[in-house]
Design a protein. Structure first.
Length: 402
């Protein structure tokens, strides 16, 4: 039997065929799969089924804050993670925290993501979408990611946060560089990224306005404040998560629709199906493949002993193909009625920006199909290359013609 390793997640073929990959994982006949190493971060347990994944997401014994698991005099056996997890330790944010820190950080940030705030963004999102398509219309072709799916949510979140224009361009260029060359020195890239965000924060301190960053800088909520590292990391998280998920939802979703012409024709004939179609795209072609927790104590699961401090991964991508949760999960069906997918997680870490991502996807797909009724892939879908970063499943280049 094939032993599952990190290379299986690196495989473009596996990322291209999640149904087949789920079957490969289930062939292990183990609900918890032991990985010897995950991207250089050490050994880990991997949960692949929907029910187990939800249980881990909701169980407070599985924690996010790696700082709680550093070796101490009382627990010298724990691995020293200070180098591997340097950024999480030194720059904590709500994604890498547990209550009460998580509660405080999420409460401060959530003020920017109220339902009314999201609704108010719709005209601006539509304007940006149209501007981006205006720029390529005469060419009759575009790269969906570079020309549309990346700049749309990036500009939305950058403006929403209040990043000064100069630093919007600098951060944009950093992201373009890492997407163009993922093999570059990641530590150097991360340092440049944080440095640029830090400079943007200094600019906002001097010239505050009515925006998210200015309010975070002056955050006071029931006596709580954001520390400087938390502020820096929170803004970094909002920029990153604020565009990466939507970029790859648009990209992966467009390819899924193009590979299923009968579903695309159905959507084009009845755009009232679009909200439902987006939920099915999130399930079937969602960008977030892997998330992780650490065992905050010794935990027994499926007869396995998960020791305190061990890493526990769960595959949101493959859990969305679990036949115990979804009928005919391998079928892409934009009319699917019961669709409690895990694309945005569950529990206290459920994606704060989910309503924004859904709105951006709705505007993106409706505008693309309305503006370009003959839009189609310029290459065979089988020629597209899928990437997996350890977290996100993406297609870096999607050439299209119209």
């Amino acid at each position: 039997m094939h032993k599952i390793t990190t290379e299986d997640f690196n495989s473009s073929e596996n990322m291209k065929d999640l149904v087949g990959f789920y079957k490969k994982l289930t062939e292990q006949q183990e609900p918890l799969i032991r990985l010897d190493d995950y991207y250089g971060m050490g050994p880990a347990w991997l949960s692949i089924h929907y029910e187990d994944t939800v249980a881990i997401l909701k169980d407070p014994r599985f924690i996010k804050d790696v700082r709680k698991l550093q070796p101490t005099q009382e627990q010298p056996e724990l691995e020293d993670r200070s180098e591997k997890w340097e950024w999480s330790i030194n720059f904590p944010n709500m994604l890498d925290s547990d209550p009460p820190d998580h509660t405080r950080l999420r409460r401060l940030t959530a003020k920017a993501f109220t339902p009314q705030m999201i609704v108010n963004l719709e005209p601006r999102i539509q304007q940006i979408a149209d501007e981006l398509l205006d720029a390529v219309q005469k060419k009759g072709k575009m790269d969906l990611i570079a020309d549309f799916a990346f700049p749309l949510p990036f500009r939305v979140i950058a403006e929403m946060l209040g990043i000064p224009i100069l630093y919007q361009h600098k951060i944009h260029d950093l992201w373009v560089s890492i997407k163009a060359d993922p093999s570059q020195d990641h530590q150097a890239w991360i340092k440049a990224y944080y440095s640029c965000i830090g400079a943007a924060l200094e600019e906002k301190r001097k010239h505050p306005t009515e925006d998210v960053i200015s309010s975070l800088i002056h955050a006071h909520d029931q006596g709580d404040k954001l520390s400087e590292p938390e502020l820096l990391s929170t803004v970094q998280l909002l920029i990153t998560a604020g565009h990466e998920t939507t970029t790859n939802l648009i990209g992966n979703g467009m390819v899924a629709l193009q590979k299923h012409p009968e579903q695309l024709a159905l959507l084009r004939s009845n755009y009232s199906l679009l909200p439902n179609a987006i939920e099915e795209l999130l399930r079937y072609a969602g960008p977030i493949m892997i998330s992780l927790r650490f065992a905050g104590e010794d935990i027994s699961m499926h007869g396995k002993n998960i020791r305190k401090g061990e890493m526990v991964l769960f595959s949101l991508g493959t859990a969305n193909f679990d036949p115990k949760q979804f009928s005919n999960p391998e079928l892409f069906d934009i009319t699917r009625s019961e669709n409690d997918h895990l694309a945005f997680g569950k529990g206290i870490h459920h994606c704060l920006g989910a309503p924004l991502a859904r709105l951006e996807a709705k505007i993106a797909f409706s505008t693309l199909f309305r503006r370009f009724p003959d839009l189609k892939l310029a290459v065979d879908p089988g020629d597209l290359v899928y990437n997996h970063s350890g977290v996100v499943r993406s297609i870096p280049n999607i050439p299209m013609i119209f």
